[in-house]
Design a protein around this ligand. Structure first.
Ligand code: 3PG
Ligand code: MG
Length: 394
């Protein structure tokens, strides 16, 4: 990719502002998963090793702009980052007016989304950020699909702008799976709604050899294939769209398989009584919460035969013990496969953690929305800004 890379720059004595995506799940002040913080560490350590003064930017959650809200403060992240880096991390709240920092120090600027104009990519705000550094490093792959002041805007205005190692690594891994895949290329897309992933499904169809859908998305496809889905979560208004996708897959010589069997329950509860049903036997008062054992075997075989696997979204309610078997089977089949496998998205990462298969997946992305937009073939605005600067030599 044609971008300037942080690894190639002289950072000694420079004020290096690094945009990371430290938007981690926090519950009661405790970090639930620190995967994104750990993923950022090599970049931060490299900058420190090169003698930089390191200014870290991140957002957290979706606070209202123009006000501080304690629940969206990066304070827990600063504390955790300091522990992982084994050095102090100063959390700076009024950073737009100037940051005092020496080489070897780390300052974490308070949530960029507290600033008015962040989301709208306000030019003055982006310039303000740019004025605080000598080098800006865009490393937040998880936020690269957002054209915001601390991602796209500051990239255009900083004295020097470069891609960080994490961003480069993410783009390389995704490029390997989507742009030069070893065939057959299999995508597994789960999640609750077709509506949020319709464009992904549609663009994936043109690129993949096989597409497996899971979760609520699969229910809509089951309905599209003419089966009753009872009380299952599904989107009746998208059944038509799903039928079109099934036809398109067939026309391309591929398929979107429909589960042969499913696991149903009468209530949506952890301990609801699970029943295995053939897909044509779901009763009016039942809801589909997982794929059945025959389907698990079929999907595991498809996974075993793939040359490249892209995984986003669970195939069942894996958070409930009784409905986790399908997602576990998928996760374990991917882990066994010799194919290049890449996984992304919050739920997917939680499933990977739950089933302990992280080490066997070739690449685990820190991106959710950014991961989906990349596999859709969309341009990520912050990456485009880096490419533009490289091309014009600015
Ligand atoms: C994410 O977790 O999706 C990224 O951090 C981006 O956050 P956003 O969806 O609130 O823009
Ligand atoms: Mg998001």
């Amino acid at each position: 990719m044609n971008v300037l890379r942080m690894e190639d720059l002289d950072l000694a004595g420079k004020r290096v502002m690094i945009r990371e995506d430290l938007n981690v799940p926090i519950s009661n002040g405790k970090i639930v998963s620190d995967a994104r913080i750990r993923a950022a560490l090599p970049t931060l350590l490299l900058a420190l090793e090169r003698g930089a003064a390191v200014i870290v930017l991140s957002h957290l959650g979706r606070p209202a702009e123009g006000a501080f809200s304690p629940e969206d403060s990066l304070a827990p992240v600063a504390q955790h980052l300091a522990a992982l880096l084994k050095r102090p991390v100063r959390l700076e709240s009024d950073w737009l007016s100037g940051i005092e920092i020496e080489a070897g120090e780390v300052v974490l600027c308070e949530n960029v989304r507290f600033n008015k104009g962040e989301k709208a990519n306000d030019d003055a705000l982006a310039r303000n950020m740019a004025s605080l550094c000598d080098v800006f490093v865009m490393d937040a792959f998880g936020t690269a699909h957002r054209a915001q002041a601390s991602t796209e805007g500051v990239t255009r205005h900083a004295p020097v702008a470069a891609a960080g190692p994490l961003l480069s690594q993410e783009l390389d891994a995704l490029g390997r799976s989507m742009l030069q895949p070893v065939r057959p290329l299999l995508a597994i897309v789960g999640g609750s709604k077709v509506s949020t992933k319709l464009t992904v499904l549609s663009s994936l169809l043109a690129k993949v050899d096989e597409l497996i859908v899971g979760g609520g998305i699969a229910n809509t496809f089951i309905a599209a294939a003419g089966y009753a889905v009872g009380k299952s979560l599904y989107e009746p208004e998208l059944v038509n769209e799903a039928q079109k996708l099934i036809r398109r897959a067939h026309d391309n010589g591929g398929s979107i398989p429909i589960p042969k069997d499913v696991v149903v329950a009468k209530t949506f509860e952890e301990n609801a009584e699970p029943q295995v049903r053939n897909v044509d036997e779901v009763a009016d008062d039942e809801m589909i919460l997982d794929i059945g054992p025959l389907t698990s075997v079929a999907y595991a075989a498809a996974i075993a035969g793939a040359g490249t696997i892209v995984w986003n979204g669970p195939v069942g309610v894996f958070e409930f013990r009784n409905f986790a078997a399908g997602t576990r089977a998928v996760a374990e089949a991917i882990a066994r496969s010799k194919a290049f496998s890449i996984a992304g998205g919050g739920d997917t990462l939680a499933a990977i953690d739950q089933f302990g298969v992280g080490k066997e997946i070739s690449y685990i992305s820190t991106g959710g929305g950014a991961f989906l937009e990349f596999i859709e073939g969309k341009t990520l605005p912050a990456v485009k800004a880096l490419q533009d600067r490289y091309q014009t030599g600015a």
